[in-house]
Design a protein around this ligand. Structure first.
Ligand SMILES: Cc1cc2nc3c(=O)[nH]c(=O)nc-3n(C[C@H](O)[C@H](O)[C@H](O)COP(=O)(O)O)c2cc1C
Length: 693
């Protein structure tokens, strides 16, 4: 319908022998959906959902050889072939093309499949210390190099046998082939080191081997780091030369351009919402003409809409534009644009929960179906066996998701919200500097609930009586949490003496009531999250002298794995925020505060304190679910109302419990859900089992 709006995106394109129906691609990313080293059923459905969602090309991150760290989905294993075939078949059913990115990582390889083993060395061209570790890579022998080349041939051959459409050799993110190219990592003096020709040798051999293994019907290309941005590393000029040589030798059907060394520059690899949009774009523009007529793919970084892709394609920046995270959050992004209802697309926050919890959890903060598409995907919203009158108390993320899911399953929904807006704590974060993106999720829910005809009652104080007066058959308590004023925390679950002084404020008072400080303010931080960092930024940019006090060893500790720290810490430092780690506030006197070192217990006094912001921990708002259990056929609590945690838990539980409403033999309360018999169908099975079904 709306293809006309995005003529460039919806114009087919050929990569070598492969025609792709549109120019939006799902870029490769490691995920834990493995079953014994091959694709699991969850893996196949995860990709099939994005194919159904309209994406033209899906590129999967696969290991060239077995890895032992859960990211090890590899076509090297002949026994995984049926599962790769099942995956390819599912994706092809929806008209998308599927490529395997085969990578040999310098990280994460070890003695294979031996639980509890010591660490095998990581391989590299030379002995170089790993950026985030004390370990040093092992210098590869010529025989090891040959093994890697043969692994490319074998993995490519197996993917071709499984019906894949292309191979992307990984030469970015400081993976092995990039390390050989890079004068920074490669200090060899043999035929694989020194001159550019020598440093390119392994890449060329792997590309040739992949092409040989893949045969004539598959596209073969590479992902490539345009600028290593490190002293002595590859520069744009080097990249132009490398790309020109490869283009001339006709070794590439496409090239997928980005930047970022892993782990040195993870903040570029997965730029958070605090990073500029399309941060790769100038780098791609700087080398684009060097590749001649070889088609260029690029995610550009933080693309969240088809309109952004259209603009970049029209400007000639690339031939295909794509995304990882935007499609993790919204599998139907492309189809919604094609059909003209983009307002139905969730907008990725780039909060990097997908990255922060990659090891073990993965998934998406705002889309709990991500990774569990077979059970929770778009096809799963069938009517519940019995239609129920449902009351959801609380319009934060958990309540919004519960109301949406229950309404989609045909129930009769009333959502009660105490304040005058929906969104709960997301609206609070959104009002902190640079964090406006957090408004997009509640905005999306507002649109969805309106479409679903949910009866939303704002300014409604939910009590046990007012809820029961609505005669609900199911109740979801999602009333959220608030910061405690007393300063109690996990470090010491006791009030901090002096907590009741009039210059002690809660974060809500700062954010909502506009409390501002001009002098010295101490933020007592036991969470290490955006509340504390954002308030520090807010007050410091207003002229206050801010001390961020935490007993943790690192400041804003929970923003480290999400890469938010990479922007937040420089901001805090530039604003002159004093980062007091390993420090506990033991007493608040008359505008003087006593600090204690958590290891030596040495005590210091801070004078002239104008204000203290207690941001230690949150407690549930009320005990509604305790009061209501047993008073309606089904009563559940979700998110912070149950136990204060974070955004993904709230949204996940909103969906999880809403799905139980009106089901036969469903739990009637939390503990029954918690102790329900294990549903073994949730465990990973090889994707090949889908072929039997
Ligand atoms: C959880 C996660 C894992 C990733 N793993 C890989 C990988 O294995 N190989 C790769 O080339 N890129 C990987 N990436 C990078 C993405 O392909 C993409 O370049 C990056 O997320 C920026 O694009 P986006 O802003 O659209 O998400 C990963 C990204 C994420 C979020």
């Amino acid at each position: 319908v709306s293809a006309a709006r995005y003529p460039h995106v919806f114009e087919p394109v050929s990569l070598g022998p492969v025609e792709i129906k549109n120019r939006f691609y799902f870029s490769p990313h490691g995920n834990p959906y493995s079953a014994g080293g091959g694709p699991s059923d969850a893996f196949a459905y995860y990709y099939a959902e994005r194919a159904a969602g309209g994406c033209g090309l899906l590129i999967q991150a696969l290991a060239t050889m077995p890895r032992r760290d859960g990211l090890g989905i590899t076509p090297y294993l002949d026994e995984a072939l049926p599962s790769f075939k099942a995956t390819a078949d599912l994706v092809h059913d929806d008209g998308a093309k599927i490529f395997g990115q085969i990578h040999y990582s310098r990280v994460g390889n070890g003695w294979r499949y031996e639980p509890g083993s010591t660490l095998a060395p990581l391989f590299g061209p030379s002995n170089v210390q790993i950026y985030d570790d004390f370990m040093v890579t092992a210098e590869m022998t010529l025989q090891m190099i040959e093994t890697i080349v043969e692994a490319h041939r074998r993995s490519a051959r197996n993917l071709a046998k499984a019906g894949y459409d292309g191979i992307e050799v990984h030469c970015s993110h400081a993976m092995l082939l990039e390390a050989f190219l890079s004068p920074y990592f490669n200090r060899r003096t043999d035929e694989y080191g020194g001159s550019l020709e020598n440093r390119m040798r392994l890449l060329v051999e792997c590309l040739e081997a992949a092409r040989d293994g893949a045969g004539p019907n598959l596209a073969v290309g590479m992902r490539f780091n345009v600028d290593e941005m490190i002293p002595g590393g590859l520069t744009i000029a080097d990249s132009r030369e490398i790309l020109a040589r490869l283009a001339e030798s006709r070794l590439l059907d496409f090239v997928d351009l980005d930047i970022a060394l892993e782990p040195n520059q993870f903040e570029y690899g997965m730029p958070s919402y605090l990073f500029p949009k399309q941060v790769y774009r100038p780098y791609v523009e700087a080398v684009r003409d060097a590749v001649g007529d070889v088609p260029v793919l690029s995610v550009l970084g933080r693309v969240t809409s088809v309109a952004e892709a259209e603009e970049a394609l029209a400007a000639g920046v690339a031939d295909l534009v794509g995304a990882t995270r935007a499609l993790m959050a919204e599998p139907y992004l492309v189809r919604h644009a094609l059909e003209g209802h983009e307002e139905d697309s969730r907008t990725c926050l780039h909060c990097n929960i997908c990255r922060g919890r990659n090891r073990g959890m993965h998934g998406c903060a705002i889309n709990p179906a991500t990774g569990r598409e077979r059970r929770w995907g778009a096809q799963s919203f069938t009517p519940a066996p019995a239609r129920r009158r449902v009351v959801v108390a609380g319009g934060g993320p958990g309540g919004l998701e519960a109301a949406r899911v229950a309404a989609l399953r045909g129930h009769d929904l009333t959502l009660l919200e105490r304040t005058s807006t929906l969104g709960g704590q997301m609206r609070l974060w959104a009002s902190l500097p640079g964090r406006e993106v957090f408004d997009t999720t509640p905005d999306w829910y507002e649109r969805q609930l309106a479409k679903l005809g949910v009866d939303v009652r704002l300014g409604f104080e939910a009590t046990a009586e007012s809820i029961l007066a609505l005669s609900p058959e199911a109740i979801v308590v999602a009333t959220g949490s608030h910061y405690v004023r007393t300063g109690e925390s996990g470090y010491l679950a006791l009030p901090i003496p002096g907590w009741d002084r009039d210059f002690v404020h809660t974060p809500e008072e700062v954010i909502e009531n506009g409390v501002r400080v001009s002098g010295r303010v101490l933020i007592v931080d036991e969470e290490g999250l955006n509340t504390q960092a954002g308030i520090a930024e807010l007050l410091a940019s207003g002229g206050a002298e801010v001390w961020l006090v935490t007993r943790a060893i690192e400041p804003i500790a929970n923003l480290l794995t999400t890469e938010e720290y990479a922007t937040v810490l420089p901001t805090l430092k530039r604003l002159g925020v004093r980062l007091e780690t390993m420090t506990h506030v033991t007493e608040i006197g008359d505008h003087r505060v006593t600090l204690s070192d958590v290891f030596t217990h040495e005590v210091r006094e801070v004078e002239n304190v104008e204000a203290v912001v207690m941001a230690t921990c949150r407690m549930p708002n009320g005990r509604l679910w305790h009061e209501l259990e047993g008073k309606a056929p089904q009563v559940f609590a979700v998110g912070d109302a149950l136990a204060p945690r974070s955004l993904p838990e709230a949204i996940h539980e909103g969906q999880r419990f809403a799905r139980m409403i009106g089901e036969a033999d469903a739990p009637t309360r939390f503990i029954e859900a918690y102790t329900a018999p294990i549903d073994y169908s949730v465990f990973a099975r090889p994707a090949s089992t889908l072929l039997d079904a």
